[in-house]
Ligand binder design. Structure first.
Ligand code: GDP
Ligand code: MG
Length: 262
């Protein structure tokens, strides 16, 4: 019987319990190196479950995926590369407002996503109840509660990942709704840009349009051979700034926080 391989990207804020989960799943089967061209540490490991071999990549801990820092760029590029079958984002369930901002950004990347609510013991100790099912419905992605340092919930992670990877569980993440002027600008850009062949397999055009509106320098660089796309983005950015008296990137960030607070 041939083994079936599934690649998992592990994302999350620093101190959310990512390494604890990575170590518990991979044990001694780890390899530590650097991401190519940068001095950011890359950790990879293998976990076996029945006939499935899980290749787990521990991404650098980040609060955001704006590609402002090397860590954010490494994490974002890996997710966009499409190398991972499923991205798991580890959330400190006791710090939801800060941690869910990253989740909102991952939802926008339309990547197969699994959300891990870790530190559920801390949440319970503080007498807080989290309605996991409701959150899972709102995000339209599976949410798994865990207590990583006691090994609780870890088998459910691998079970759910294999269901997603095998297509037994379809995930169509919900996304942030922006004001109609922004949604219209995204749609207009999406219609007028030609997705660049940048070696990134899972780079949704809507996501690229949003990033152009946010003036993301990495995504602008992908469009350097399409001056008309960049000019349209600049024009739309200008008219949005005039309507809202604020930069598009600020409006987008505010709405992501609004989504998280909701
Ligand atoms: P990372 O920065 O995301 O890799 O986080 P770590 O895995 O290093 O975890 C940060 C700290 O939280 C460590 O001291 C862990 O032992 C602890 N930790 C991890 N998971 C849990 C959990 O579910 N509950 C509690 N109470 N502590 C945890
Ligand atoms: Mg760590």
């Amino acid at each position: 019987m041939s083994t079936h391989k599934i690649t998992i990207a592990l994302a999350g804020n620093p101190n959310s319990g990512k390494t604890t989960i990575f170590n518990a799943l991979t044990g001694a089967h780890q390899k530590v190196g650097n991401w190519s061209g940068v001095t950011v540490e890359k950790k990879e490991g293998i976990a076996h479950c029945g006939e499935i071999e899980f290749h787990i990549v521990d991404l650098p801990g980040t609060y955001s995926l704006s590609a402002f820092s090397m860590e954010e760029k490494v994490a974002r590029d890996f997710i966009l590369s499409g190398e991972a079958d499923v991205t798991c984002v580890v959330v400190d369930a006791g710090n939801l407002d800060r941690n869910l901002y990253l989740v909102a950004q991952l939802l926008e990347m339309e990547t197969p996503l699994l959300v891990i609510f870790n530190m559920m013991d801390e949440v319970e100790n503080r007498g807080i109840r989290i309605d996991i099912e409701k959150i899972s419905r709102l995000f339209a992605v599976p949410v798994i509660p865990t207590i990583a340092n006691r090994g609780k919930g870890l088998n459910e992670i691998l079970d759910t990942v294999s269901k997603i990877a095998d297509g037994d569980l379809t995930v169509r993440p919900a996304t942030v709704h922006y004001p109609k002027e922004i949604e219209n600008a995204i749609a207009q850009l999406e219609k007028n840009i030609i997705p660049p062949s940048c070696g990134l397999k899972s780079c949704p055009s809507k996501w690229m349009a949003l990033k152009l509106l946010e003036n993301d320098s990495e995504v602008r660089r992908l469009f350097k051979d399409q001056p008309s796309a960049l000019a349209l983005a600049d024009e739309l950015r200008k008219s949005i700034s005039q309507i809202f008296k604020d930069d598009p990137e600020m409006i987008v960030t505010d709405h992501r926080y609004g989504f998280v607070n909701g």
